[in-house]
Write a protein of this length. Structure first.
Length: 135
């Protein structure tokens, strides 16, 4: 596979990794299992159990496992056609996926900030309208 094709695959494969890792570790649909894992990651007696459950609460950690599964499914390798290519592609996908997730988090913060500012402005306008109506 040509290097340009490999780079394209790298950036494309990072998208589902980021999507799955973010959804499992942040979104409402997985809230209850995530809260269970947070609790177990803090209260389990054995270190191995605490670390196991922590993996489902951290998007960076979880993205490694999603990437590993994706590499098994796609057999994608980067630069080398042997185990080194899988190793390089694995860490590269994780890195790109985490850039995607960081950008997504920033966008969400901006959107939430915008919604809050709009709500405050709407409340001010309603208060002004009420004050004007009372006069």
């Amino acid at each position: 596979m040509e290097l340009s094709t490999q780079i394209t695959w790298l950036f494309m494969l990072a998208i589902p990794v980021a999507c799955i890792a973010w959804t499992v570790t942040h979104e409402e649909v997985f809230k209850e299992p995530r809260e269970f894992c947070v609790d177990r990651s803090q209260k389990a007696k054995r270190l191995i159990k605490r670390k196991f459950y922590y993996l489902f609460t951290c998007e960076y950690c979880f993205s490694h496992y999603v990437t590993a599964i994706l590499l098994v499914i796609t057999e994608f390798h980067l630069l080398f056609n042997d185990w080194r290519g899988y190793l390089i592609s694995g860490f590269s996908i994780v890195w790109i996926a985490n850039i995607y997730m960081s950008l997504y988090a920033l966008i969400r913060i901006d959107l939430k900030k915008g919604r809050i500012i709009n709500k405050i402005e709407e409340q001010k306008i309603q208060e002004e309208d009420q004050a004007t109506a009372e006069k």
